[in-house]
Design a protein around this ligand. Structure first.
Ligand code: PEP
Ligand code: MN
Length: 313
């Protein structure tokens, strides 16, 4: 049975093994001495046994019973494109719009995003639709710009181990969505989150977005195990990104359903009003009607495991 009484946890940072736990166990008022054996501390379940529930604007939360669906195009491309895509994801029931203004592309010749202009468009769409805005920061200076507009600041896979950026995100005053690096272990991901928490920001949601695959049948290997692993190792919410997790539109619905079934606290899904014309990640972006259908299926899966898909309030 879980003890519902409040407990005070005192952490000893920097313990290198020279401190004998028995000395603390003998003190009055000490119920239990728990060795922090993992390389990370504040993100660990041992540090905080109950799940972190992050409060978001408009009465939304992530990490509780509600599953947050965040959807949108890979990039903000034009005013027409972002407004139309925002309207369609809202109609289908998503509560947050995700689109990149600053894009981390593999090739320097690929579309790099609209930058500040993209942020202004997202700001306008936020006001117009009431959708929460999730968008990526690529560097420290950009993080402050992004944090002015975004409800959730994304740190992408390529920047997962950018410690300067993580520290800045720890002081951003906004929830952070931290994506797993392309070759990062779950421990690496948790240590990256530790940087953000250790700078004073407890509002971090992690994201499984696929790691390098082996067989070439999909762009990446969507690691469902990681969702369950993070849940047992950490109190932080974990989202699933079946779009980058598979890299192919036809695989996205199955991976999205699996993500929810495995316990993900939310999904990040790429949807485009016209995927054929997308300037980035069109191949993995769902068609509008596909996304509508998927949302219906997700409601069923969430309810089968005692959860609900977050609705607009
Ligand atoms: C994205 O979210 O569009 C993106 C570039 O993701 P990742 O950092 O996971 O590659
Ligand atoms: Mn993308």
């Amino acid at each position: 049975m879980i003890d519902a009484k409040p407990r005070t946890a005192i952490a000893l940072l920097g313990d290198d093994g020279r401190v004998d736990p028995a000395r603390f166990a003998a003190l009055a008022g000490v119920e239990e001495v728990v060795p922090l054996t993992r390389p990370y501390r504040m993100v660990a379940r041992e540090w905080r046994p109950e799940p972190t529930v992050i409060t978001l604007p408009r009465g939304l939360t992530v990490g509780g019973t509600e599953v947050l669906v965040i959807a949108g195009p890979c990039s903000v491309e034009t005013e027409t494109q972002i407004r139309a895509t925002a309207a369609l994801v809202k109609r289908a029931g998503a509560v947050a719009l995700r689109a990149g203004a600053f894009k981390p592309r593999t090739s320097p010749y690929a579309f790099q995003g609209l930058g500040k202009e993209g942020l202004s468009l997202l700001k306008a769409v936020r006001e117009e639709t009431g959708l929460l805005i999730v968008t990526e920061a690529l560097d420290e200076a950009g993080l402050d710009l992004v944090a002015e507009v975004a409800d959730i600041v994304q740190i992408g896979a390529r920047n997962m181990q950018n410690s300067a950026l993580l520290k800045r995100a720890g002081r951003a005053g906004k929830p952070v969505l931290l994506k797993r690096g392309l070759t990062a272990s779950v421990t690496d991901l948790l240590l990256a989150a530790e940087y953000v928490l250790s700078e004073g920001n407890p509002d971090v949601m992690l994201c499984e977005r696929g790691i390098r695959g082996l067989d070439g049948s999909s762009r990446t290997f969507f690691d469902v195990n990681a969702i369950a692993s993070v849940k047992s190792l950490s109190h932080l919410p974990i989202l699933a990104d079946p779009s980058h997790g598979t890299g192919r539109r036809e695989l996205v619905p199955a991976a999205a359903r699996a993500g929810i079934a495995a316990g993900a606290d939310g999904l990040l899904i790429e949807v485009h009003v016209n995927p054929e014309e997308a300037l980035s990640d069109g191949v993995q972006s769902l068609y509008p009607e596909q996304f509508g259908l998927l949302m219906q299926e997700l409601r069923g899966i969430a309810s089968a495991i005692g959860r609900t898909i977050a609705e607009r309030t």
